[in-house]
Design a protein around this ligand. Structure first.
Ligand code: DC
Length: 223
């Protein structure tokens, strides 16, 4: 029996993984896993349930019960996300939520508790999975792997553009500092650090348009 194909797209904050993953999934008619949304949703759910963020055991137990649902709305670019039945799409995408998610994501056993939830997204006819450890840990046998990178300055600019519509968008130097801090934590943690899989195609997107990146990724999967 032929295995369900998986394309993994890993890379640092603000590199554009989410947009690339969504467009490629759309073109291929494949399912989409935004694993960052799982870590962010978990962070929001833990906060709303007043879970002590320094108590690993409580966090792990909560991760095993996490009630998270994604909903795709026709004509809407971003997915709607529900945590414990409540729509949290806006809150989910703030820098504050990303920061807490990044802090919790260093806990190894917590990552293990969230692993199965992510692997369940591998459904026919295929999956595009974006995150930090999709090609290295969650789907190590994926036939297609991409690692996107870009300078921190360029990523901060992209992030600012993304946040422009929200009330607390912040300024470029603030976002650059946050992006660098998160990169440092994501890349240097002990468990599943951000690093390209050995068999990933590395694409530096600093000087590329999103269409150019999509063309390179589609050339990989459309064989
Ligand atoms: O991709 P994102 O910005 O939505 O991710 C938010 C945080 O979640 C990120 O800083 C680290 C964590 N994360 C992770 O550790 N592993 C993943 N596969 C995805 C996200």
């Amino acid at each position: 029996m032929q295995d369900i194909p998986v394309l993994t797209i890993d890379g640092p904050s603000g590199v554009g993984k989410g947009s690339v993953a969504r467009i490629v999934a759309d073109k291929m008619g494949w399912n989409l896993l935004d694993s960052g949304a799982i870590y962010r949703g978990f962070a929001l759910s833990s906060l709303s349930r007043n879970i002590n963020l320094t108590d690993e055991q409580d966090l792990i137990e909560h991760a095993e019960k996490l009630d998270l649902r994604f909903e795709s709305i026709e004509g809407q670019e971003l997915l709607n996300v529900y945590v414990d039945g409540v729509e949290v799409s806006k809150e989910l995408r703030t820098e504050k939520t990303a920061e807490i998610a990044s802090q919790l994501a260093v806990i190894g056993p917590l990552r293990v508790a969230l692993l199965k939830k992510q692997q369940q997204f591998k459904q026919s006819p295929g999956l595009v999975a974006d995150g930090r450890d999709m090609g290295t840990v969650v789907f190590p046998n994926a036939p297609f792997k991409v690692y996107l990178t870009a300078s921190a300055q360029e990523r901060a600019q992209r992030r600012l553009k993304q946040l422009q519509n929200s009330a607390n968008a912040g300024n470029i130097s603030q976002i650059l500092a946050e992006v660098k801090k998160r990169d440092e934590r994501d890349a240097n943690r002990k468990h599943s650090p951000l690093t390209p899989a050995k068999d990933a195609l590395i694409i530096d997107t600093t000087c590329l348009t999103i269409d150019e990146v999509i063309t390179k990724v589609m050339a990989l999967v459309e064989v």
